[in-house]
Design a protein around this ligand. Structure first.
Ligand SMILES: C[S@@+](CC[C@H](N)C(=O)[O-])C[C@H]1O[C@@H](n2cnc3c(N)ncnc32)[C@H](O)[C@@H]1O
Length: 213
């Protein structure tokens, strides 16, 4: 095990480490993600469609979603990340993928809390992709409850271009999230079954599409 970075932020401790070929992100002592199985992180990016124009991503993590958006031909991607040190490590290039994301001119990394960042912005996005926590039922940061609440989700939906999508990753089915999104547009729930170390998980993507006009 090799530590690629460890830092304490106002929100807690963040650790990026390498175990063999695998990279792991630990936030506040809680496993946030690793690089062994990233189907759902890639599916989150794919939900923005092919060649999406402007995309907003909440949560940099290991950069899988952002990197896939580049592969898919996104024109511009704003990535908002709560942990400042993670952005610094990306700029330093501690992993090849974070380095790619930090240095591609189509991506702009912003240090901030998406819960506060998005309502302050005026511009519209073709896709807003949210993967900042485990989902409303099991939060790493309790303050993240704000982004799963109806008021914030309404604001996010208002920042979509006509026909645009808001997609939210959740580690599990989250009926309360579906309820909060109801009425804001056309809602689709996709379950992505993955095997991790012999266990089966059903990650969920909640996709809200704004009416085309
Ligand atoms: C599971 S990871 C994201 C994984 C990412 N989709 C990928 O492909 O690697 C969650 C990230 O969201 C960040 N985060 C947590 N709360 C946040 C917030 N309120 N605003 C912005 N970023 C946040 C965490 O620091 C972490 O980097």
């Amino acid at each position: 095990m090799r530590e690629l970075g460890r830092a304490t932020t106002p929100q807690g401790e963040i650790v990026l480490r390498q175990r063999g070929e695998i990279q792991e992100l630990i936030v506040n002592g809680v496993f946030a993600m690793d690089s062994t199985e990233v189907t759902s992180e890639l599916a989150l990016a794919d939900a923005a469609g092919t060649a999406p124009g402007r995309v907003l991503v909440g949560g940099l993590g290991l950069g899988y979603t952002a990197s896939r958006l580049l592969d898919n031909g996104a024109r511009h991607v704003d990535v908002v990340e709560l942990a400042g040190p993670l952005i610094e490590w990306a700029v330093q290039g501690v992993t090849a993928q974070l380095e790619r994301v930090a240095h591609d001119p189509r991506i702009q990394l912003h240090h901030g809390d998406i819960a506060e960042w998005l309502p302050r912005r005026e511009e519209s996005y073709d896709a807003i992709l949210l993967d900042v926590d485990n989902g409303p039922g099991f939060l790493i940061h309790v303050q993240n409850a704000r982004v799963y609440a109806a008021e914030w989700l309404r604001t996010a939906s208002e920042r979509l271009t006509p026909g645009g999508v808001l997609v939210i990753w959740s580690e599990d089915a989250a009926p309360e999230l579906a309820r909060a999104l109801a009425g804001l547009g056309v809602l689709t729930e996709t379950v992505i079954e993955v095997d991790r170390e012999g266990r089966r998980f059903g990650y969920a993507l909640y996709q809200l599409r704004r009416a085309a006009s």
